[in-house]
Design a protein around this ligand. Sequence first.
Ligand code: FAD
Length: 388
Amino acid sequence: MELELTDEQQQVVASVRRFVREEIAPLEADLDPDASELAPEDHERLVGMARSMGLYGLDIPEEFGGPGVDLVTRTLISIEMAQHRAGLYAPCYGVFGGAGLAQLYEANEDQKERYLYPMLRGEKRGCFALTEPSGGSDPARAIRTTAVKDGDGWVLNGEKTFISGADRADFAITFARTDPEKGRNGITCFIVDTDMPGFRVRRIVHTLRSSHYATELEFDGLRIPSANVLGEVNRGFAIANDRLSRNRIPYAAGCIGVAIRAQEMAIEYVKHRETFGDVLATRQAIQWMIVDNEIDIRTSRWLTLDAAARAERGESFRTEAAMAKLVASEAGGRVVDRVMQIHGGYGMTKDLPLERWFREMRIRRVGEGPSEVQRLIMARDLIGGSFH
Ligand SMILES: Cc1cc2nc3c(=O)[nH]c(=O)nc-3n(C[C@H](O)[C@H](O)[C@H](O)COP(=O)(O)OP(=O)(O)OC[C@H]3O[C@@H](n4cnc5c(N)ncnc54)[C@H](O)[C@@H]3O)c2cc1C
């Protein structure tokens, strides 16, 4: 694939970079180091700017009002958008809008009216509820939540864990077993309103993340109308799988953006920090860390743009997206770790964004499918077979 950016891509990347550095970063200087939101007036002002730049709702398909930016350019933009303190948690604090839950683009017209359009207007929030206490790596086997047909609807019983944002969501895209005999072909996807009787956020799960966000959910005799089945009965696993593959590309891009920013900080720091009578930049041990960072960044960037280009061309990109996610999340962790080491004691403080990136980058080796599962996906594609 061609790695040289077009003039248009260069301009877009430059304007997002300026936006992040001139608008977002100065505001962060006055926020709590773990903040995940801007003050409402700042948010509103910056959303207006993003709209006037023609970059609002980047991931929304053109037919639903998005600006129609191709996936490679969106990936380049995602790399830029992550280059600030909250970049792994809230890239640009959502001022460029978001696609929300892409599964809803495939919903029927009634469901679009009730969930998709309100979500795109910012009136409703959703969450994605797949993982259960019995395991997230292999949801096809681990899903124990059941949905049993009852008259013109379904009755849901079970539990979910690690669900991001369910405590603030209006609805949950929820996967449940509808045929216990059929394995992955016995799972159905439901849109569950969080105010339906029987839905409960049992607990907030505290993680390395900067703010509490993961939740445990409980469904106790929750009645769902058939109108809330998303897609076909017993075909829900394909919906989950599709989302997981697509999300791996922006997920990788976020890791690359943070790694790029950390590397810039390191290069700047080593030119000025003196030890033993000379600047750190003259020490081979330090130079090699900088070089290793660059190798990690470029490898991740190339793999991620390659996955995006394949997806954009409509080719199979499962292996490439898994490879990009695996390499970028692991490489990003190494880069941030080296840059902390280069900054010595300052690298451990909350004065710098490094310790926040360190925590949030660690999650990225598990979230959206752990590294081992990415390897499993690639091995299946490379060798063939359905081993686990
Ligand atoms: C902060 C956070 C937010 C999350 N948000 C969401 C969300 O919004 N929605 C949602 O549905 N889920 C969410 N998750 C869940 C996440 O997707 C799962 O944690 C992940 O898929 C792993 O599942 P698990 O934790 O059950 O680990 P397990 O499946 O129990 O695996 C444990 C370990 O064993 C490894 N392993 C598993 N199988 C194999 C194998 N065959 N060979 C070798 N190693 C193996 C895994 O890689 C992992 O390291 C979130 C998780 C976190 C931490």
